[in-house]
Write a protein that binds this ligand. Structure first.
Ligand SMILES: C[S@@+](CC[C@H](N)C(=O)[O-])C[C@H]1O[C@@H](n2cnc3c(N)ncnc32)[C@H](O)[C@@H]1O
Length: 282
């Protein structure tokens, strides 16, 4: 390519990116194609119709998170990492629990990858109902039920893998109908550790020895993120206020009989840097 075509290509890209950002508020991010992981056997348009019919396709004047969830494709490196980890480390017959499963996107992905013993629960009954309907449409054999992930019921089943992806930090903010935490407490290190220890202890009891919990948290680096680095400015300080450092996670995990075997940070997807921990039951 000649020098002038290289520069023209670069200028056109800049113009389009700027145009989309300024007129439509769309920010284009580059993602490596080979990380694409999440697929769906049931058509996305059929799932979207179910979500529209259940009345939760729109929230705060825009398409809801659930409506666009299946458009995630390869955008989230942590989801991709978690799926790859499970597929390479966990036996296909192992019992797996997907907490905060939404409309079931990860459960279906794992079933398509050959897992035969999957259960998923969500706090919102409409999510569970959509997941159950998609399950019938795709001829899946997955148990979906309604439950509160902060107080999961003991069904007597122990798991080799449990995921808590993409919801705990948001639920701690009071989203999805969860209890909002007292504003004066959320910055306290002790309070954050109490919440995390309680959470880890609850799931530790549901794991088989050597089983893994994959948990996503907002990282404590967000505490000193400069507001001008975020499109919501000062408001960004209040988004996902319960944040943990890797040291805190290690400490709370030890109390709960778990050990951190892997940690990954992502800044590409979501409001704040998120860390995904893989914790093994000792
Ligand atoms: C952003 S969605 C993520 C869904 C799914 N984990 C994924 O990554 O595609 C968050 C989900 O967490 C669920 N959720 C929020 N609070 C919960 C709670 N206390 N117990 C169980 N699920 C909860 C919400 O209802 C919602 O379906």
């Amino acid at each position: 390519m000649s020098e002038s075509s290289i520069l023209l290509k670069s200028d056109i890209k800049f113009f389009i990116k700027n145009f989309l950002k300024k007129t439509l508020g769309i920010q284009i991010k580059k993602v490596r194609k080979e990380d694409a992981r999440i697929k769906s056997k049931v058509s996305v348009s059929a799932i979207k119709k179910l979500i529209r019919d259940k009345g939760f396709a729109v929230s705060d004047g825009q398409a809801s998170w659930f409506y666009t969830a299946y458009e995630r494709g390869d955008l989230d490196p942590l989801t991709n990492f978690a799926m790859t980890f499970l597929e390479t480390n966990i036996d296909k017959k192992s019992p797996i629990l997907i907490t905060g499963c939404g409309t079931g996107i990860m459960a279906f992905h794992l079933a398509d990858a050959g897992y035969t013993n999957i259960a998923g629960f969500d706090y919102l009954h409409e999510c569970v109902e959509v997941a159950q309907q998609v399950s019938i449409m795709g001829n899946y054999n997955i148990t979906f039920y309604q439950d509160d992930g902060f107080n999961p019921k003991d069904t007597g089943q122990k798991y080799d893998a449990i995921t808590a992806l993409h919801w705990v930090f948001s639920a701690w903010m009071g989203n999805y109908g969860n209890k909002k935490l007292a504003a004066e407490k959320v910055a306290s290190a002790d309070f954050r550790e109490e919440l995390l220890t309680d959470f880890l202890q609850k799931y530790s009891t549901l794991l088989n020895t050597n089983g893994v919990l994959i948990l996503e948290l907002t990282d404590a680096v967000s505490d000193y993120r400069i507001p001008t680095d975020h499109y919501l400015g000062e408001l960004s300080k209040d988004i996902y206020p319960i944040r943990h450092s890797p040291e805190q996670v290690e400490k709370c995990a030890a109390v709960a009989g778990l050990s951190v075997i892997s940690k990954n940070l992502s800044v590409l997807y979501g409001h704040h840097p998120r860390a995904q921990y893989i914790l093994r039951k000792l």
